[in-house]
Design a protein around this ligand. Sequence first.
Ligand code: NAD
Length: 256
Amino acid sequence: MLKNKTALVTGSTSGIGLGIAKALARQGANIVLNGFGEVEAAQAEVAALGVKVAYHGADMSRPAEIEAMMAAAAAEFGQVDILVNNAGIQHVASVQDFPVDRWDAILAINLSSAFHTTRLALPAMQAANWGRIINVASVHGLVASAQKSAYVAAKHGVVGLTKVTALENATTGVTCNAICPGWVLTPLVQKQVDAKAAALGLSNEEATKLLLGEKEPSMQFTTPEELGELAVFFCSPAANNVRGVAWNMDGGWAAQ
Ligand code: NAD
C-alpha cells in the first residue's frame, strides 16, 4: 500500500517509534529513522523488511538539526510523504519541584519538534496533494496525571497542533491525526516501573501490576505493533477523511 512513499519517524531507534517504522515498512514505505542508542540494530530490523532505510541523528530539541534532517531526507528520497512525530521523553516531579531544564527539554522534544518537522514537511506534501502527519501524543494529551506537568502540557499541545494542522489542510490530500497510547512497555515506562519497585520494595511483576491497576482498566499494555497498525490505517485510503482526531489506544484509561 505504501510502495514508493517515504516515512520519516522521529525517535524510532526503540519502542513505539520503531514499531511504527516497521509497520509502515511492511507496507512498502522507505523509512528515515531518527533517535539515539541502538541505531544499527534498528536499521537492520527495518532493512530486513526489504525497504530502503536512512538514518539521521538530529537532536529533536534543536531546530537547526531538525532542519538538517528534513533536508537530508528530501535529498535522499525526494520528499517525506509520511511524517510521524514520535520522539519523546518524560520526567516526574511536582510542579514546585520541577527542574526548569527538564521542563524546557520536554516542551522542546515532545512538542516544539513536531511544529518544526511539520512546518518543514508541509510544502512538499501540499504540492503533491498527498501527505500523512501522525503525531504520537498520549492519553496524557486528553487527561492529566499528577507529577507530569511538562509531559501533560506538551501532549495537550500536540493534540492542539494536530487539530490546527488538520484544519489548515482540510481541503487537500494532507491529513493530520494523533495517536494517544495508554501504557506501552517501552524503556520510557520501564523506568517508571523500576522507580515504583524501588520506592515500595516490590518485585518488577508487582510494580507492573500496580502501575497498570492505577490507570488502565484492561490491565494490559498496548503494544508498539498495535500502534503501528493504527498508523497504517491513518495512511490508508479508508482514512482519507479522518482529520484532526486524537485516537486513544489506552485500555479504557480515558473512558473512566
Ligand atoms: P522510548 O524511550 O522507547 O523511545 C523514545 C525515542 O525517542 C528513542 O528512539 C529515543 O532515542 C528518542 N529520543 C529521545 N530524545 C530524543 C531527542 N532529543 N532527539 C531525537 N530522538 C530522541 O519511548 P516510547 O515509550 O517508545 O515513547 C515514544 C513516544 O510515545 C513518546 O512521544 C512518548 O511520550 C509516547 N508515549 C509513550 C507511552 C508509553 O507508555 N511508553 C504512552 C503514551 C505515549
